[in-house]
Design a protein around this ligand. Structure first.
Ligand code: GLN
Length: 486
């Protein structure tokens, strides 16, 4: 039996609670599935079998004592940029290839406290820079729907692992689309929470004003369960929010009658595949049938600047964040030289891959004297304008609806020689991080057998409404129940 890894959290939870399935059995199923499909999928940098079985036994004890919580005994894949005590955390970079953190990220602590079982650390683009996992220093993850195509990125490993049934849910991080775009490409549900909703403590920093951790799951109900477990204020992250947490699972009423939903026309960008636009419009039509009021004529004119703003702000923050990899404190260290400067230079030359170096150069340039005002400060001003446009839209609408990605998953290798084409994968997701608002991507159909995603964008801290819309859609459709034939 290896099919249990394909259950939803809720289904698994019921079987665990009624003792029809034990966490050890469920975990072994996932580990067996990992052994079966990893030679093709390559979703994991590290499989933590021993730890998983230990945690599963503990979970079974908790369940037997009637002390289970919603995630107790449920197998999870954690993106390899979240620190796990005693388990190698590489960020899919040579720089951290042998780094074993002495502490857990807050989300990892929270999963542990909830009784979840970590089966492994998932592959990603190096330092989360990319949209395909092809920038991993180790290997490229394949899309379970078509092995010749990318799973999206940068959380491609976690999304592929969920799609292929190697775990019941995943945790990803999203700086410009890295949870939602792989969710769309792998036909799973992926949420980027409001900036500040989930603690970033122990998340290896890419661009600190944009990074957020969030769930990759099989449906909106599961997404709410994971959010309820990982959200909340953390004194170790000064940007985490002290606002009270709603019980998201209790907010999924299935009733979206009378909700006002806007469709910003700028997100149906030039170059979008017509079949993707058609599938997304059909999904929006379904929400209308379910009683939502759709305004198809919304305009957010600053959207066209988002890509430029992101590729100034994110690399600027990255160039500062990545300055810490100097070969002195931790990580890869080149020592075969007498000069300190040369050691540092060589460490960074050999430790970082091409895309990471490109970002460091872009960011260092934008922050340098003489260019700072022209690039960085200007980008910050436009960032404010983009945020204001969202504020204004949310005076009128309860949520906004767009495609998640302009295309279906592309072929491995297709965009590697053209960074700009790669950057364009995220045109529909970047503005959301710039504004700091929450958004979820849900399966909305297929084009030529390849997944299409619908993005639902919400007001700050209103994950409840977007998950309610996602859940209502999933109650009325079954795209999210389709599984790849791998
Ligand atoms: N693809 C985008 C980038 O390369 C977003 C990555 C992310 O969200 N981590 O920057």
């Amino acid at each position: 039996m290896t099919g249990n890894g394909r259950l939803t959290i809720r289904e698994a939870q019921r079987l665990l609670e009624t003792r029809q399935l034990s966490s050890v059995e469920l975990t072994k199923d996932c580990l067996e599935r990992i052994r079966q499909v990893e030679p093709e999928v390559h979703a994991f940098v590290t499989v933590s079998d021993e730890l998983a079985l230990k945690q599963a036994k503990e979970a079974d004890d908790l369940l037997a004592a009637g002390n289970g919580q919603p995630l107790t005994g449920i197998p999870v894949a954690v993106k390899d940029n979240m620190c796990t005590r005693g388990v190698r955390t590489t960020c899919s970079s040579k720089m951290l290839e042998n780094f074993i953190p002495p502490y857990n990220a807050t989300v990892v602590e929270k999963l542990k406290a909830a009784g979840a079982v970590m089966v492994g650390k998932a592959n990603m683009d190096e330092f989360a820079m990319g949209s395909s996992t092809e920038n991993s220093a180790f290997f490229t993850t394949a899309n379970p729907w078509d092995k010749n195509r990318v799973p999206g990125g940068s959380s491609g490993g976690a999304a592929a692992a969920v799609a292929a049934g190697e775990c019941v849910f995943g945790l990803g991080s999203d700086t410009g689309g890295s949870i939602r775009q792989p969710a769309s490409f792998c036909s799973v549900t992926g949420l980027k929470p409001t900036y500040g909703r989930v603690s970033r403590y122990g998340l290896i920093a890419f661009a600190s004003s944009l990074d957020q951790i969030g769930p990759l799951t099989r449906d909106a109900t599961d997404c709410a369960l994971v959010m309820d477990a990982i959200s909340g204020y953390d004194s170790n992250d000064s940007t985490s929010s002290p606002l009270p947490l709603p019980n998201l699972s209790a907010c999924l009423s299935g009733d979206i009658k009378g909700l006002r939903l806007g469709v910003p026309k700028e997100y149906f960008v030039q170059g979008m595949q017509p079949e993707v636009a058609a599938a997304v419009k059909e999904a929006i039509g379904k929400l209308e049938e379910l009683g939502a009021e759709i305004d198809w004529e919304v305009s957010l004119p600053s959207t066209s600047y988002a890509l430029a703003v992101y590729y100034i702000i994110a690399p600027s923050e990255a160039s500062a964040n990545l300055a810490r990899y100097d070969g002195v404190k931790y990580g890869f260290s080149y020592t075969d030289t007498d000069s300190m400067w040369q050691a540092m230079e060589k460490t960074r030359e050999l430790g970082f891959g091409a895309e990471v170096k490109r970002r460091i150069m872009l960011g260092t340039y934008a922050l340098s004297a003489g260019y700072y005002d022209a690039w960085y400060v200007k980008a910050q001003k436009v960032r404010t304008l983009i945020g204001r446009e969202f504020d204004q839209a949310f005076n009128k609408y309860d949520a906004l609806l767009t495609p998640t990605s302009p295309t279906v998953p592309f072929k491995i290798g297709e965009r590697m020689d053209d960074p700009f084409q790669m950057y364009l994968s995220d045109v529909c997701t970047l503005p959301i991080n710039i504004a700091g608002v929450p958004a979820v991507s849900i399966p909305a159909g297929f084009s030529g057998g390849l997944p299409v995603g619908l993005q639902i964008i919400g007001k700050p801290y209103d994950e409840a409404t977007i998950l309610k819309i996602a859940d209502a859609y999933q109650q009325a459709t079954d795209w999210h129940k389709k599984r790849p034939k791998i």
